[in-house]
Design a protein around this ligand. Sequence first.
Ligand code: 13P
Length: 256
Amino acid sequence: MGLRTPVFAANWKMNKTLKEASLFFETFLNLLPTKLDAEIIVCPSFTLFHSISSCSSQKIKLGAQNIFWEKEGAYTGEISPVMLKDSGCQYVIIGHSERRKYFAETNAIVNKKILAAFEYGLKPILCIGETLEEMEKGITRQILAEQIKEGLFRTAQSDFEKLIMAYEPVWAIGTGKADSPQQSNETIRFIRETLSELCGIHTASKIRILYGGSVKPNNIKGFMEQSEIDGALVGGASLNPEDFAKLVLSGDPAKF
Ligand code: 13P
């Protein structure tokens, strides 16, 4: 076990009914060992929150896929940080590329959500990543540095340790074309260096940074062998209980 406990986060996106979620947990929980040195976070749709917080086990933490930055009020269709806390949620994905693309979330909006999450005691999973076009132009690092610095603007020093980062190259999401473990490790090293400019090297070395984008049972090992990669944020493969269990168990095979 290294300095940082591995994290496996399932981003279910807009998938699963109540029945499908309960079938998932029936299988998934049976596949987990009694002792687990990895953190598991499941981020379902809001409609599943209540049933998951009551039917899932202590081993699984609940995360949201989005948040609004106000505490309450006339914001039709939005869910506040207070409501998330109240429903047993501990984590929240912020800045996913699908929110940036389909809902026009800018770094400034991401920043408001990050600050609101911290204010109300939720731990953000901040997603960053370059598009194919940005990668081809050779501006990946510039884009990532902007997403980090603008997204985390005015974050209190004491909050950085609660942060989880997810590096998700947009071109790797849902395409079956994952980044290579070596290249993503180098990019994640750069992300940690950029974080250390904001919070110092000591704190930056404690922040978990995940890789996301077409993570599957047959490629997870390569990522988990890298020194900078602390786990995965998983879309498609997290919908299947056997596949997600295989990913989670890859975190520390010697222990199981
Ligand atoms: P896939 O694992 O389906 O590529 O999705 C990754 C993702 O977007 C997780 O947030």
